[in-house]
Structure formats: C-alpha cells, structure tokens
Design a protein around this ligand. Structure first.
Ligand SMILES: [Zn+2]
Length: 95
C-alpha cells in the first residue's frame, strides 16, 4: 500500500469538483485532511519522513503532523505516571 494515496486522491477530487460544487469541494478537502491525519496517526511515529504523496501539499502535510503528534502524545500519556494516577486527569505536561 502506498501511504497517503487515499488522501491525495481526495485532494485531487476536491480540486476537480471545485468549479462545479463549492460545498462538495470543501467536504472533500476536509476528508483529505482527515485521511492525512489518520495516516500520520498510524505511520507518523515510526518515521521522520513525510509521505511522498504529501510533498508540496501543505494541508496534507499539516494533517500528517497533526495525526503523528497526537499518536506520540497518547503513547507518552500511556507511559506517564502523572497521567495514570488515582485522579484520572492528565498531568500538567500532557493536560
Ligand atoms: Zn503525563
């Protein structure tokens, strides 16, 4: 599987349909961002490279890093003693 292909296709569809249906175009752009974010969440923590499919596309790169940083922060919280105390609230660092 090529990481980022789905997000890149959604972005392309967004651009193709933009002159005809602005609302649908915006929906597809949002879907593309969320697909990039999902890829970042799943694959981002294991690599420092942005997928080739996202190069030059700031929205997709932004989604990628958003998902990646969320995954990294959740993994940290899972291991953090301050987040796993009797109170159930995140520590100052992760809250
Ligand atoms: Zn913490």
């Amino acid at each position: 599987m090529l990481i980022g292909l789905n997000a890149r296709c959604l972005l392309a569809m967004s651009r193709v349909i933009e002159p005809f249906d602005k609302t649908k175009s915006e929906d597809l752009l949002f879907d593309a961002y969320e697909a990039a974010r999902s890829d970042g969440y799943t694959f981002g923590p294991q690599t420092s490279n942005v997928p080739a499919m996202f190069v030059g596309e700031e929205d997709l790169v932004s989604g990628w890093f958003s998902g990646s940083s969320t995954a990294i922060e959740l993994a940290e919280m899972w291991e953090c003693a301050g987040c796993n105390n009797a109170h159930g609230n995140p520590c100052y660092t992760h809250g």
